[in-house]
Design a protein around this ligand. Structure first.
Ligand SMILES: C=CC1=C(C)c2cc3[nH]c(cc4nc(cc5[nH]c(cc1n2)c(C)c5CCC(=O)O)C(CCC(=O)O)=C4C)c(C)c3C=C
Ligand SMILES: [Fe+2]
Ligand SMILES: [Fe+2]
Length: 354
């Protein structure tokens, strides 16, 4: 289970930030090896405080382990041919790091593995980065002889869509029945630098497609917008920003709002601090009745979706098909060397079309 990860304790914040700023797939910096530790050090006190305020660390590991155990139990039934299944967590910037997980897999003598991204929508800076790291560890011989396949995106899987929709419906129940259809659904995803969007990264399109699928499932019952949060640094990022959207809705007199995280599968600093503490407080100060759809966390519907995605992948793989959600390791973009790059410019350049 590949993801970014987060510091499980406040004390791990600095190392998490350092690993994050060292990653050229996420943040390409000039003189990265020199600058990254400096930026991480300067940023640490502020981010430590945020992790303190949300209970002393990121719950992402706890939720990923819970989801992984649930997924494997179901998968043993759905795909007994490859049972027993075991979930390993490989985080990009926090423990357990990919390197450590690779070592554990080797010690466990694992021979067959699925690299299953836990980002529903693909970006070269998130899933791409995790897959690159996995490649590096494999090439360094740290994993032993493993037959790999990849699930690289699943943002329109009906089970994922259903789980998000059910959490929205639960949040809608908190409003008076007569008000419900006027509540604005504000889908909020982590933003992406415009430099990444403009080179054709598929993330923005895939997040939009997820939102559309959820709205289809809800029968377009409510007004909705897709907005973007968590910009870092001075460069241009994908907008509109979540904070600006909330202020804009308040100006329009649209005061009943549900914030819906759509690009994360569990709670962490971006939901618990930025959405719950910052934006919801701002909204309430503007006189709004602003709530949040719960993150997928321990949702049984979501865990079933994970097992279904994995089972379908395993069936496709044994039938010799890679399936629509998955590609096999070895296919690497000639442009950025990402395993499953979705950047149109890179692939078209290869085909001689640009
Ligand atoms: C789909 C999810 C994410 C995308 C896309 C993404 C892009 C992205 N992020 C940064 C910089 C930072 N992100 C930070 C935290 C963080 N980011 C995500 C997800 C995505 N990031 C999550 C889930 C988290 C929180 C982890 C946790 O608490 O468990 C941080 C650290 C916090 C901070 O210092 O503000 C930074 C920095 C960039 C530059 C980027 C674009 C490519
Ligand atoms: Fe981020
Ligand atoms: Fe690429």
């Amino acid at each position: 289970m590949l993801n970014m990860g987060g510091p499980s304790t406040v004390a791990e914040t600095h190392d998490f930030l350092k690993n994050l700023f060292m990653d050229g797939d996420l943040i390409p910096l000039p003189f990265q090896r020199v600058l990254a530790p400096l930026i991480a050090k300067r940023r640490t006190p502020r981010i430590e405080k945020q992790y303190e305020e949300i209970g002393g660390g990121s719950p992402i590991l706890r939720y990923t382990e819970y989801q992984g155990a649930g997924m494997c139990a179901l998968l043993d039934e759905l795909h007994p041919e490859t049972a027993p299944h075991k979930a390993y967590v490989a985080f990009r910037y926090a423990n357990p790091l990919t390197q450590e997980t690779a070592r554990r897999m080797k010690a466990d003598n694992v021979k067959r593995a699925v690299a299953f991204t836990q980002y529903p929508q693909y970006s070269c800076s998130t899933t791409g980065s995790s897959l690159n790291e996995l490649f590096r560890r494999g090439r360094a011989g740290e994993m032993g002889d493993v037959e790999w396949s990849v699930i690289d995106r699943w943002g329109t899987h009906p089970g994922f869509v259903e789980a998000v929709a059910q959490n929205i419906e639960a949040a809608l129940q908190q409003f008076q029945p007569s008000d419900r259809s006027d509540v604005v659904l504000l889908f909020s995803a982590h933003s992406l630098p415009m430099s990444v969007v403009n080179r054709g990264d598929p993330y923005v399109l895939e997040v939009s497609t997820s939102v559309n699928a959820v709205m289809d499932r809800l029968g377009h019952s409510n007004p909705y917008r897709l907005v973007w949060q968590s910009q870092v640094g001075p460069s241009a990022w994908m907008g509109m920003q979540t904070g600006e959207a909330i202020k804009g809705l308040a100006r329009l007199g649209k005061k009943q709002v549900i914030l819906v995280p759509i690009a994360f599968t569990s709670d962490h600093i971006e939901t618990l601090y930025e959405l719950d503490l910052e934006y919801m407080r701002e909204g309430r100060e503007l006189g709004m009745d602003i709530r949040r759809a719960e993150s997928l966390n321990e949702s049984p519907v979501f865990i079933r979706a994970l097992s279904d995605i994995a089972a379908q992948h395993l069936r496709d793989y044994s039938a010799g098909k890679s399936g629509p959600m998955s590609v096999q390791m070895g296919l690497r973009c000639p442009g950025c060397k990402n395993a499953t790059c979705g950047q149109q410019k890179h692939w078209f350049a290869r085909a001689g079309q640009s």
